[in-house]
Write a protein that binds this ligand. Structure first.
Ligand SMILES: O=C([O-])CC(=O)C(=O)O
Ligand SMILES: [Mg+2]
Length: 610
């Protein structure tokens, strides 16, 4: 467990790392260092020349090629004569970006920059992470996904579709890079809270992987965004002549699972060490795939597991903010609205934590602390007659994961307002994808019973949040502890007081997780990695920040958060015996992790003939 004594977020993160690594040290993984020319800041070697260098976003320096490089790489005369360093380039791209009128224009501009010059793109992104994560990631990436087929410029990543059956093990060799550390894959069936967007879902893996690089320090050439295009049930996309995905309804059942299986076999045969992140798969496919693969390959599901880690971190931090014991979650009364992959995943993480804290004896006891509500109402007992809903309406739809939460002493399908009235929850979580589901009545009722009600509308993008920050603070007289999946501005409460908003998004958890898994070359992603991720993040805000309702460091600090999480995940990997990177004694683990993080600086580019 990391230190909880530090004060401000950046000193806190670094001293947490010291505390963490003082327990043990590991040597630098020589094999890993040797793979990346950027880590030791020496040179980058390429077989390419001329326009192939200028047009390769991983090699291109735009106008920053030196005279020497221009000569040796045969690009003399192919770029303007003046050599311009990165600071000037940054000035130009930032000005152009600021001139874009809409967030979608900014998205298109940044995608084009990423396609021209990844080093510059990542420098700009890291320097402006808070502002730009809202463009390349939620909320704007949601709009960009909806419009992806009409704003399409250039392909990024790989598509595997229903017409590629039998060809996938060959297709994976079409990807130009032998080293792939992280793959983010979606079938586009539940893109954020926006539903089925088919092949347009590609923008999500691209955005996630941009954060893997910017925050998690994974190398740009070692990431692979993937869409499994199994069709779409989105009629308006199917009828749109510009749509770029397969024009048939979604495959399901055996047809679906065998296609995913062919893909998993193909990618793991070419890149056996890569971490696979399943993203935005609809329930129950998300769970079925996780169950099938989590003990076979290095993989996890972002919406189930890393959303769970950050939400747990938020609840743990809120305990401290409310002057309660962080190591006792079992006194909380939690209403979770949403029973899909994220809802169930978040609740499982909370249950795991309650059990790990040793305050409940069994999981059954822990389930009693969570009331789950779906679009029908409470998951309750359909034997208890309630006029509000016809008896037996929904119970048989629940699977074994959801039915653990069904309350035997309350009527099934009880509406949210009545659930809140009866339960008097301290925490309400929204994972529905349905905007406005948190009613004024429900939140006001919470505020009557709790000094600081914890209100987390977590659905993305912001237009799909269960309530806005403004509503949460208005309905609680400014007393809410508020966190949302997508960013909301702090709310001016008057008289110099502000309602502080937190972004409780898995972007706080997955980059560090991927970093730790990559550096340790963990063969499995284990439940403890998520629990420890939550604990690390929950320990990062200072006492005074917590008092104000600030639960996490800001988005601008995501790189430091990833470093703290990555270090802890590495430790867990070695402790649990799943790490496979061969380490020699000599360095602190935190230094190894920090030293492995990609930094977007130009290094001399050297041509090497084949
Ligand atoms: O992408 C995000 O912002 C968080 C996430 O995984 C989701 O909402 O599906
Ligand atoms: Mg997601």
């Amino acid at each position: 467990m990391l230190s909880t004594t530090c004060r401000n977020s950046s000193t806190k993160i670094s001293s947490c790392l010291r505390t963490s690594t003082s327990r043990r040290w590991y040597g630098a993984p020589a094999a890993i260092q040797a793979l990346d020319p950027r880590r030791d800041k020496t040179v980058q070697v390429t077989h390419s020349r001329g326009v192939n260098v200028i047009h390769d976003p991983l090699l291109s320096k735009g106008t920053a090629f030196s005279i020497n490089e221009r000569e040796r790489l045969s690009i003399r005369g192919l770029v303007p004569p003046r050599q311009q360093e990165m600071d000037k380039q940054l000035l130009r791209v930032k000005r152009n970006l600021d001139a874009c009128e809409s967030p979608l224009d900014k998205f298109i501009f940044l995608s084009s920059l990423q396609d021209r010059n990844e080093t510059l793109f990542y420098k700009l992104l890291i320097q402006n992470l808070e502002e730009l994560s809202g463009v390349i990631y939620t909320p704007t990436v949601g709009l960009a996904s909806q419009k992806s087929h009409s704003i399409y410029r250039r392909s990024r990543g790989m598509y595997f579709s229903s017409q590629d059956r039998g060809a996938m093990s060959a297709m994976v060799y079409n990807w130009p890079h032998d080293e792939v550390d992280v793959i983010v894959v979606t079938d586009g069936s539940r893109v954020l809270g926006l539903g089925d967007l088919g092949a347009n879902g590609m923008q999500i893996p691209i955005g996630k992987l941009s954060l893997y690089v910017a925050a998690g320090g994974i190398r740009p050439r070692a990431v692979l965004p993937v869409v499994l295009d199994v069709g779409t049930n989105n009629e308006s996309l199917l009828n749109d002549p510009l749509y770029l995905g397969m024009d048939h309804p979604r495959l399901d059942g055996e047809e679906y699972y065998s296609l995913v299986d062919e893909w998993v076999t193909a990618v793991t045969s070419r890149w056996p060490n890569a971490l696979i992140q399943f993203e935005d798969f609809k329930y129950p496919h998300a769970y079925n795939l996780l169950k099938k693969y989590q003990n076979r390959i290095t993989c996890f599901n972002d919406d189930i597991q890393s959303t769970s880690a950050i939400t747990l971190a938020g609840i743990l931090a809120s305990l401290k903010a409310r002057g309660l014991q962080q190591d006792d979650l079992s006194e909380e009364r939690i209403v979770c609205v949403g029973s899909g992959s994220a809802g169930v995943g978040v609740c499982e993480g909370i249950i795991d934590c309650m059990v790990a804290q040793g305050r409940v004896r069994t999981r059954e006891e822990a389930y009693k602390r969570i009331w789950m509500v779906d679009h029908h109402g409470l998951l309750g007992n359909n034997e208890i007659v309630d006029d509000a809903q016809p008896k037996g309406k929904r119970m048989n739809e629940l699977d074994e994961r959801q039915s653990c939460y069904a309350k035997q002493d309350m009527p099934d399908c009880l509406p949210l307002d009545q659930v809140v009235e009866r339960v008097k929850p301290s925490v309400i979580l929204g994972l529905t994808g349905v905007p406005g589901v948190f009613t004024e009545k429900a939140i006001r009722t919470m505020a009557q019973h709790h000094e600081r009600p914890v209100v987390f509308p977590l659905s993305n993008p912001d237009t799909h949040a269960e309530c806005s920050a403004e509503q949460a603070f208005k309905w609680t007289d400014g007393r809410a502890i508020f966190a949302s999946g997508s960013p909301f501005k702090d709310v001016d409460l008057g008289e110099g007081r502000y309602g502080r908003t937190n972004q409780c998004n898995n972007s706080y958890s997955f980059p560090g997780l991927g970093l730790g898994v990559t550096v340790s070359r963990a063969s499995r992603v284990t439940p403890n990695m998520f629990l420890e991720t939550a604990r690390v993040i929950a320990s990062l805000a200072s006492r005074s920040q917590l008092k104000e309702g600030i639960l996490f460091p800001g988005v601008q600090d995501l790189r430091n958060v990833a470093l703290a999480v990555g270090t802890r995940v590495c430790e867990v990997a070695y402790d649990e015996g799943v790490a496979t990177a061969k380490l020699k004694p000599g360095e602190l683990l935190a230094d190894v992790v920090r030293g492995s993080m990609f930094i977007p600086d130009y290094v001399p580019l050297v041509h090497q003939p084949y």
